[in-house]
Design a protein around this ligand. Sequence first.
Ligand SMILES: [Zn+2]
Length: 371
Amino acid sequence: MQKVEVFQETSSDSLSLRVYEIGKKIGPTVYIQSSLHGAELQGTAVIHELILRLKSIEVSGTIRLAPAANPRSINQLSGPFTQGRFSPVTGDNWNRIFWDLANPAQKNNGGLDLKSFVSNHLNSDFLCIQKAYKNLIKEILKNKLCSEYGVSESKALAYTLQGLAADADYVLDLHTGSKAVRYLYVPIHCRESAKAFFMPCNLLVPLEFGNAFDEASFMPWVHLTNTFKEAGRNIPLQFESYTVELGSEETISLHDAKVDAERILNWLGSKGIIKYETPYSFPTPMACHLKDYKSYFAPSGGLMDFCVEPGDTINKGQILGNLLKLDKIGTDSAIVPIQSNAYGILVSRASSSNCHSGSEVFLVMENPEPL
Ligand SMILES: [Zn+2]
């Protein structure tokens, strides 16, 4: 039986962030966090299941887990609902607060001096480069947290979580959609690796920064690879990070958590971190490029009768929902059908029928193809 240790426990106000570690510490490091958005709860149940399963599987490396990565957002209830997406203090989306610390433009903001690092390590072997780079990332984040001017609430969370992932080779950020299927944001260089998750839907994303945690995790390695290339040396881009979307918000299923854990264990097995291959059989994973991931917005305010559910294949012209317009109640023009523009797979829909004009109501993968 493998030991699970509490790796870190920090407290601010009455909220604590507890982080667990499991493994032998020799080999790659995997960092897995959940519930950065407070209403997105399934990942916490999945981490519980992963810890139970990993107690009896040998880990060649370290797996670090933060089951409730953003305690403030989980505690952010509004009536019966968790409003865990935005900071109530600053309005920041909790998954748009992260820092592209190796971007050359951030050098004068306490960021990483990539040019000096590359010239100092131009002839080092790749393992030394990885180790030194991880240490540097960790130190830069630590310095930010120790600013003598203090740190804002959202930045403190960003630096803390990025610090927990600083020495990782693999990062999984567990989220959910509103009312959604299981799907994965796959950085384009991880397309082959992502197959081992057997996620039904996969969005292939470019290696660009949009302030999200998965991007803040892989961007330092993208910058490193590019800067080495400019200096005349090719190094591999071996780092992988994914945003893993585990169904719908505001609910957990312990049964589904076992299946979700199977996907993650199978992927860990494919990376050689554990010896494991899932006995489950999953359908062929489908994928599309991010440009083909389309949002439908409500053309006016009203109440939506949803006609399709996440996972449904939809055809061009199919009615996705009927919007009941409040200003036309009791008339023949009260119902506005929302029709599909193209063939695709419904990944997610709004969880509430109550739509404002411009509310995002449907998210569809167009031009789907096997991953
Ligand atoms: Zn989320």
